[in-house]
Ligand binder design. Structure first.
Ligand SMILES: O=P(O)(O)OC[C@H]1O[C@H](OP(=O)(O)OP(=O)(O)O)[C@H](O)[C@@H]1O
Ligand code: HPA
Ligand SMILES: [Mg+2]
Length: 160
């Protein structure tokens, strides 16, 4: 369970995605990028632009929380990437590693990179930029909006 938040702005996301692209420069060239939808789409677009890569494939896995007892479902398999050799696989983050394990099994040859990584799944990633503790929930700009907060003296609370 998350007990803190790490808020990522569009600017920060762009900077961190570019930092990842720098790290990936000497791991390529890649014949294409596979984005893990949906969270990997925007990071993949930024990184593909920086690496001058125009071929983008997608893979989609829907995972369910423990309460629903459902099995993760691959709702869109990658078509063009073979076993992943020569391809760059991108997601926004790894957390428990459930998504990463499934996608790695589909594309064992790919170089797997994420912007953020939590400790439980760090060993599953080949490249990442920032480690975030397991109990921190990352708030991405596409999931949030800016809103008014009352002054501290009037009860405003700034999340840690
Ligand atoms: O390591 P895990 O515990 O599997 O969590 C990481 C995954 O969870 C989020 O995707 P989510 O399944 O919420 O779907 P989305 O990308 O469509 O938002 C995130 O984008 C990663 O893909
Ligand atoms: O920390 C997170 N933030 C957003 N989505 C996620 N999906 C798994 N972990 C996270
Ligand atoms: Mg995702």
């Amino acid at each position: 369970m998350a007990n803190r938040y790490f808020t990522v702005s569009w600017d920060q996301l762009h900077r961190d995605a570019r930092a990842l692209a720098w790290r990936l420069l000497d791991k390529g060239p890649f014949q294409g990028v596979v984005a893990i939808t949906r969270g990997g789409l925007i990071p993949a677009a930024i990184i593909a632009r920086e690496l001058d890569c125009r071929v983008i494939e997608t893979v989609s896995v829907v995972t369910y929380d423990e309460e629903s007892m459902g099995k993760p479902q691959v709702v869109k398999a990658p078509v063009a990437a073979g076993d992943g050799t020569g391809w760059l696989l991108i997601d926004d983050l790894v957390d428990t590693g459930t998504t990463a394990k499934i996608v790695r099994a589909l594309l064992p040859g790919a170089h797997f990179a994420t912007i953020y990584a939590k400790p439980a799944a760090k060993p599953l990633v080949d490249s990442f930029v920032t480690e975030v503790s397991q109990d921190t929930w990352i708030l991405f700009p596409w999931d949030t909006e800016v809103q008014f907060v009352p002054p501290i003296a009037k009860g405003g609370v700034t999340p840690a």
